[in-house]
Design a binder for this molecule. Sequence first.
Ligand code: SF4
Length: 243
Amino acid sequence: MKTSPAKKLAKLHNRFEPLAPERVAEILRILERSYPSVRCALHHESAWQLLVATILSAQCTDVRVNLVTPALFKKYPTPASLAKLEPEALEPLVRTTGFFRNKAKNIVGAARKIMQQFDGAVPEQMDDLLSLPGVARKTANVVLGSWFGRGEGIVVDTHVHRISRRLELTRSDNPKHIELDLMRIIPQVKWIDFSHQIIHHGRALCVARGPKCAECPLESRCHAADKTWSTVEQHKGAKGKKG
Ligand code: SF4
């Protein structure tokens, strides 16, 4: 049976637009209401400490990093104290965070570069941060946003990656492209808070396996294919992180 023109038009008007400004604004409002004052979970008291903690957090939980950093910062409080070390001397202190040889090498390398080129202070510019060993956009965005209060990009960690795909704010599986997709649709003043809120949401409810959709404040706006409970149509293409 043929669909009438009116039905076709209605279908067209009801078409789901995942990037519609009003939908994105509503998602941001719900996140703000649900997680009004969430901040970076990595314990730190300086830009340097936050940089080190973020390097250590790759493939590791923030809880584990927070267990490791007090002894590390007590023994080596500044870039100057770490720049003198050989990375091997740092390895025992960071071993439990995984990939510890690489992390120790990057932390000592970053300390040396900061001493040699940035007068001992963590730089505040994205390009300068990206020139440090072990620092890619995610780490640079964490330091710029959470310490310097500069929203120059959006932190795309595993939670932001997964949830942005479930909410259909991106179709990409590549963190660089995901960040660009998010920067196009989210107002810049929200970039810092959005990452914190989504990361918190990913830990609390929208976990990788078995998300707690029945408790989720975004449930009626989320069409993810891997929802565990749904009041709305689920979309095959809306899935969390691949792999
Ligand atoms: S409804 Fe489920 S899948 Fe969607 S954002 Fe909430 S917890 Fe995540």
